[in-house]
Design a protein around this ligand. Structure first.
Ligand SMILES: Cc1ncc(COP(=O)(O)O)c(C=O)c1O
Length: 453
């Protein structure tokens, strides 16, 4: 075989792989011919041949006097817009919920996609300028925070004080000595699961307390994980008397409760609902939360109030990642201490409520007759049930081609349910762009309906 031919094809494939993996992006300049030849130990003509091949494939373009640049892909060439192309280029992987979820999350970061997928707030709703200012102040005044104390000082005491202070109105406030600060709610939940469950334990969903009681009689349950306030994706809120019943039932059966209260502060009604944790008298409930939905998901700051599991969670946290960034802890402590936080929350709740309402009205206006909607009393996600037979995974594939991603319903089920459902993120201020996107989504839903085929 002609060695040189092999080498230029290898180089072309290597560069194509980088373009497919978006390491090299549209508009990026490729390294110069001379540099590629030097670093890859190839002749100039081999490198030029590789680049010409990429040019023929439409993946790069030569610009006079400037070199080779990655071209904008046409939709059929874009690996994320066209899953069939990606399949050819990437190694085959089993299609499961995690892989599909990764795709939904990746789409969220792309500027040409409307942010209707991941449940994230718009940057303009967040107090970013305020936080930036505090990073400056804390950075200048608190050099000691950068000392290497990460495995002993897990919690910034001022931040813990603020978490406790903001729980004072609950039936039972958090205790400072049960709190472990974490890198986000996701880490907090993971610490709890690792503390009280083992691989092979079966997850239980469905928060009817009656169903839960029956389930406790039928099998060993390692833990009960729930979002009691404005559940994601349904937006539902467990009433207080049911929260109390659930707490007592789980304590009696010695089943630890892991509560995710990330949306608790985002109530549309006048009062902040208490978490299940407020009804706990035995330390059986671990409450996890973070600032991702209220201050900024980029802070990666959360906590778990771990009750009787505190010592074990503290050990898990130390062994997993040591302390959470102390500078960020100090910044957020300063922010939570100020009156700006309460003011910000009041504005944010009003904004989310309005956005959920505007999204709901648009869905009802443009989606096929028979579509049903959740009516969240807080948070900022909307659950849409399409008429039976409309497959939201098929709708997703069509919608992504025109830049409108969302989360297909079956990603919320371990057993493939909710295929005719989808979740929409309402974390962004309403605009004509969203109105048009929902109208388009409604037309596409009608198009993929079985009666339309
Ligand atoms: C219910 C719920 N818990 C946790 C998270 C993740 O939060 P964090 O960014 O703090 O890991 C999300 C994000 O969408 C969520 O909806």
């Amino acid at each position: 075989m002609d060695q040189r031919a092999l080498r230029y094809e290898q180089l072309a494939d290597e560069l194509a792989g980088m373009i497919a993996g978006r390491i090299l992006r549209p508009g990026d300049r490729l390294p110069s011919v001379r540099r590629l030849a030097h670093e890859k130990k190839l002749s100039i003509s081999t490198v030029v041949q590789a680049l010409r091949q990429l040019e023929e494939r439409g993946q790069v373009e030569a610009r006079p006097q400037s070199g080779f640049f990655v071209r904008l892909p046409s939709p059929s060439q874009d690996p994320q817009l066209a899953p069939q192309t990606r399949k050819r280029m990437a190694r085959p992987v089993a299609v499961d919920i995690n892989n599909r979820l990764m795709r939904v999350l990746a789409l969220n970061n792309r500027t040409e996609m409307l942010p209707l997928g991941a449940a994230l707030p718009a940057a303009e709703l967040l107090p970013i300028a305020n936080l930036q200012r505090l990073y400056g102040i804390v950075g200048r005044r608190s050099g000691a925070l950068l000392d290497a104390a990460s495995h002993t000082a897990l919690n910034h005491p001022d931040l813990v004080r603020q978490f406790v202070r903001h729980s004072l109105a609950w039936g039972q406030p958090l205790a400072a000595d049960e709190i472990v600060v974490a890198n986000s709610c996701t880490e907090a939940l993971s610490l709890c699961l690792r503390t009280v469950t083992r691989p092979g334990d079966i997850p239980r969903d469905g928060m009817s307390v009656d169903a839960l009681e029956i389930a406790t009689c039928e099998r060993r349950i390692a833990a009960c994980l729930l979002v009691s306030n404005f559940n994601n994706p349904l937006g539902s809120l467990i009433p207080d008397h049911e929260k109390k019943r659930l707490t007592e039932l789980m304590a009696a059966r010695k089943i630890p409760v892991i509560e995710d209260d990330i949306f608790g502060n985002l109530h549309f009604g006048p009062d902040r609902p208490w978490p299940v944790k407020s009804f706990d008298t035995t330390g059986n409930v671990m409450l996890c939360s973070s600032l991702s939905k209220t201050l900024s998901p980029a802070l990666r700051l959360g906590y778990v109030a771990a009750g009787r599991f505190h010592a074990e969670i503290l050990m898990q946290k130390t062994l997993t990642s040591g302390a959470t960034n102390p500078v960020t802890q100090a910044v957020v402590a300063r922010y939570l201490e100020s009156t700006a936080y309460d003011r910000h929350l009041r504005g944010l709740r009003r904004a989310y409520e309005k956005q959920v309402m505007q999204m709901s009205e648009a869905v009802l206006r443009y989606f096929p007759a028979g579509t049903r909607l959740s009516q969240p009393q807080g948070g900022f996600v909307l659950w849409v049930e399409l008429p039976a037979g409309i497959d939201s995974a098929a709708l997703f594939d069509e919608a992504v081609k025109v830049g409108i991603p969302f989360v297909p319903g079956d990603l919320f089920s371990a057993s493939g349910h909710y295929r005719n459902c989808l979740r929409l993120n309402c974390g962004n201020p309403w605009s004509a762009r969203f109105e048009e996107a929902i109208q388009r989504l409604g037309s596409l839903a009608a198009m993929v309906a079985p009666s339309a085929k």
